[in-house]
Design a protein around this ligand. Sequence first.
Ligand code: SF4
Ligand code: SF4
Length: 462
Amino acid sequence: MSGFSMADIPVLRHLSPVRSFPHGIHPPEEKDATRSLPIRRFPFAPFLVLLLSQHAGRPARPVVREGQEVARGQPVAEADGFVSVPIHAPASGIIRKVGHALDMDGRMAPAIVLEPYPGSDQLVAWGKDRDPDSMSPREIVGAIRDMGMVGLGGAAFPAHVKFTPPEGRVIDTLIINAAECEPYLTADHRVMLEMPEKVLLGTSLIQKALKASRALIAIEDNKPDAIARMREALAEFQSGNGAGNMEVRVCRTKYPQGAEKMLTKALLNREIPSGGLPADIGVMVSNVTTASEIGTLLPRGQGLIERVITITGRGVERPGNYLMPIGTPLSFILEQVGMKGQAREVLFGGPMMGKAVAFVETPITKGISGIVVMEEEELPRKSRVYPCIRCGECINVCPMYLNPSTLGQLARKNRFDEMAESLNLFDCFECGCCSYVCPANIPLVQSFRLSKAVVRERMAAK
Ligand code: SF4
Ligand code: SF4
């Protein structure tokens, strides 16, 4: 029987232990170039640019002055309020500037420029050993705040805020998002293969902080080696310290499987209400690299100064997974990994939700998990935009059950308020599935992003 697959039989799919959600797409994975490459340390750039607003919330406040010597790991900026995090020196060196630098959007933003000492070593000279077993949930959240941790999956939301659920909310399940559904990116995959015990320690600490009765580690079925490695490590971890209720669960490889709403649907069959948060249904979702960094840094009392990044795309000569100092300028990275002559576009993040970078001076921030350098042939065809032919493809793939076709038509007529009030514009989390399948090349997701910005501005003006 040609063309037969399990997915064709709904009953068999239901019985399968591989979990998923309705709608979504299957873009080419493009992970082969880096999935088997071990994480390697990246050298220090001549200057590191530490943006003070590389997280959601208020920018950090500098606590150093120009000309001051700092040690690797030393705090250089403190949190300015609850929704803010401190920033630490990624290298030992001299503070050259406390002022402004170019951010990803091409704006001059508050920043600290650090010149690492030539030959600055990789030892972290700042930290305080802690015994995680003796820490209370409140102390764990405080330690996570002190390390400047943010969501490393891309949102860069301060982790301590996320791990402080709203008053009255009980979190029963922590989901560790290890789906890594974005094409090209393999950093999370390598983290699971190379440091599974750190992932598990971090997961158990977050679980304790939230007082969650169970933790589920969700991995897509295109990473069988990571699934096996994590299960093996979990068996050892649980026999070693008897740590709580944790399980590795397998999800179908489908985009955007790693979105919070899709994970809670796939794993728990629970739906986050429109405009709501996972905490509203007793769930918290955290990225797997966030968990591994918490597992690494919290016992040492150190700050987040580097992170694993995938650098890939056909425009790169030496693709790989690199442990990258925060603040490394893109220009230095491209010089080190080599750019091919045919390279056309550089993205921070993957091709579905990443952002094109316009300035090579832009530095790496905590939320960037990948750099994709694309050649002409990898770019989506930017041919003519045609009128909507009402094929319904965008509706068939939208994981939020929105009507991107109608939303797109209203956006073209500047009827932004109507989009928000009647068509749940703010449920769109900009996954890009609708734009990806649109045969008329209508830039749907871009118009929704713009529409949301207009509505937000109008609301703020009111
Ligand atoms: S409307 Fe939004 S959520 Fe739905 S497919 Fe398009 S970008 Fe994704
Ligand atoms: S996919 Fe494009 S052409 Fe088809 S209904 Fe949606 S907006 Fe219209």
